[in-house]
Design a protein around this ligand. Sequence first.
Ligand code: ACO
Length: 421
Amino acid sequence: MDKIARIILEGVEYEFPVVVGTEGEKAIDISTLRSKTGHITLDPGFGNTGSCRSAITFTDGEKGILHYRGIPIELFESIPNFVRVGWFLIFGRMPDEESYSRFSYILTNKANIDEDMKNHFSGFPKSAPPMAVLSAMLSTLSCFYPEFNELDNREEFEQAAARLISKIRTLAAYTYRRSLGLPYIYPDPNLPYVSNFLHMMFSQPYQPYQADPIAIEALNLVLILHADHEQNCSTSTVRMVGSSKANLFASCAAGVNALWGSLHGGANVKVIEMLESIHANNLTPEQYVAQAKDKKNSIRLMGFGHRVYKNFDPRAKLLKRVSERFLKQMGIKDPLLDIALRLEEIALNDPYFIERNLYPNVDFYSGIILRAIGIPTNMFTVLFAIGRLPGWIAHWYEQNGDPDVRIARPRQVYIGTPRQS
Ligand code: ACO
């Protein structure tokens, strides 16, 4: 028998259906609440609000579980191919060889940006924050490739998605080169996705950069672990913007801006800044943890805590292991890793963090790996955006094909001045 929730308001009882997801998650469908009762729900920060039905990613924050389309995240460690996983997230099945070749072919052949687009970079100051440049340049794609502003069928969508996934790398690398006044390096059609990105970042004219295979493997894995995380702040932003029928490029540009904040993707920068400052100021990890617990200041242990995970973030577990293995294989000794390990140990045994269920999140270890690869700190969140892009695209596509979707339009409880007569 279908479950029903009953709400009694002002002496009248109302019934609402209970929806159960494939992993047993339960939700009360209150979509008719206002029309039936005149009431709305109030849920700042949306901690209890399901905004959609989605078949892409499942998380169980209490158990520390993350699945992409039914596959536990841990299983992707053995096949670190970001493009394959991105296609899987978007289209819901692992690509067969024909689909993979077709998609890879577009990625390779559409990696360049229109030459006129390069002029836009010179309009930004060299000191421009890379996330600001990235979001502006993603929006600019709508001007240079307007044929993709309306997507009428799956083929057109796939063409647009592949261009976006390909070009974001080029735009990210050019953003970095511009900030240093270095010449732009064109994409190399002979290189796969991640190697090509590192080539555009670090090669010099006539002096190609040889990326370490261990670095390529690690970066593939970092990107995969960031590829989707259901209805987080940036993905919900992409969905919200897309719900007005804004195009794919504009919706993803909005996602970049949402990701930028220090409580979301920007935390990966803040983690490294925190570790660097502990190191530079000769603070002990114990002293820093004490500051993070002190409510008199606004200091937080960056890379700790998560709205959903009240247990270990499974991505952090994987990244911790990978960062230790990766640094060892590359022969890198990073004092920041030692500080991070000690901070984690202290916090996990401290009642303040235990009582509040605060565990390391994905940002706690990702920066250590990016640093070892040579990615500058101010580009960390850009790397997060490259990784998250397939997830944003998958959600945009899922929503766009859902006949029941309405424009996202929350309500409010007005607390301003009442009508003055
Ligand atoms: N350090 C110290 N205290 C913390 C931390 C932290 N990192 N995170 C939460 N707390 C405390 C809060 O002060 C609060 O304490 P109180 O109950 O005594 O007032 C309690 O834990 C609950 O915290 P909220 O901020 O209410 O939790 P919320 O779910 O709203 O926020 C968030 C989650 C934003 C991730 C938070 O834990 C945080 O700021 N962490 C640091 C930033 C960070 O790492 N962000 C990346 C998240 S992962 C991602 O977006 C990819």
